[in-house]
Design a protein around this ligand. Structure first.
Ligand SMILES: CC(C)(COP(=O)(O)OP(=O)(O)OC[C@H]1O[C@@H](n2cnc3c(N)ncnc32)[C@H](O)[C@@H]1OP(=O)(O)O)[C@@H](O)C(=O)NCCC(=O)NCCS
Length: 162
């Protein structure tokens, strides 16, 4: 049975909680965390901006997870899921699935054709890949040694009938 989760818009008070979440996730480098927080700060500094959409998930004990997604520049209905993370102590309860489904519903509402996800092939991401596969995402491309030698960029995606 799915645990109760409420999904809501990002607000300024979420900044520290999201930072703690990214730091505790375990598989993000300092540089990746900095980029993730840049997107949070971009959105908080520009109310009404449409480049980066956010959803924050709460389960009664604070921030349980969040996601950030947006329309790929110059595309006709291709969307990117830039970030998704669930607090380590709340993983495996269906929260990641609910958050992703929220993003997918938004993309479909906007007439989006597909949602893409870029991730890493390095050790520690096996569970993340299994997560996306279980949600119906397929590996569309793999760019060998993209991040560094031995660390490929894996591009997954799901297409939505219009
Ligand atoms: C990836 C992540 C968001 C998944 O969130 P979650 O809340 O634990 O996932 P859920 O409980 O919703 O799982 C949904 C499905 O994925 C599967 N899954 C999730 N994590 C898995 C793992 N480590 N190994 C295998 N399957 C996994 C579940 O079995 C479940 O399948 P089911 O619905 O068919 O039973 C979470 O583990 C996380 O934040 N990881 C660290 C950050 C990260 O890697 N983010 C993505 C960067 S690209």
């Amino acid at each position: 049975m799915l645990a109760t989760l409420s999904l809501r818009a990002l607000c300024a008070a979420d900044r520290n909680g999201i930072l703690r979440l990214l730091e505790s996730a375990g598989n993000f480098s300092a540089a990746e965390i900095a980029v993730g927080m840049e997107l949070v700060d971009h959105a908080l500094a520009r109310p009404g901006q449409a480049d980066y959409r956010f959803v924050v998930a709460e389960d009664g004990s604070g921030i349980a997870g969040y996601a950030c997604w947006g329309l790929a520049s110059l595309s006709d209905g291709t969307w990117d899921l830039y970030w998704i993370a669930v607090s380590p102590d709340r993983q495996g309860r269906g929260f990641g699935r609910q958050i992703t489904e929220h993003c997918e519903a938004d993309v479909r509402r906007e007439g989006g054709r597909c949602l893409l996800i870029e991730t890493s092939s390095r050790a520690g991401y096996e569970g993340t890949l299994a997560f996306y596969r279980s949600l119906g995402y397929e590996v569309l491309a793999r760019l060998k040694d993209y991040y560094t030698t031995g660390d490929d960029k894996v591009i997954l995606g799901k297409y939505f009938p219009r």
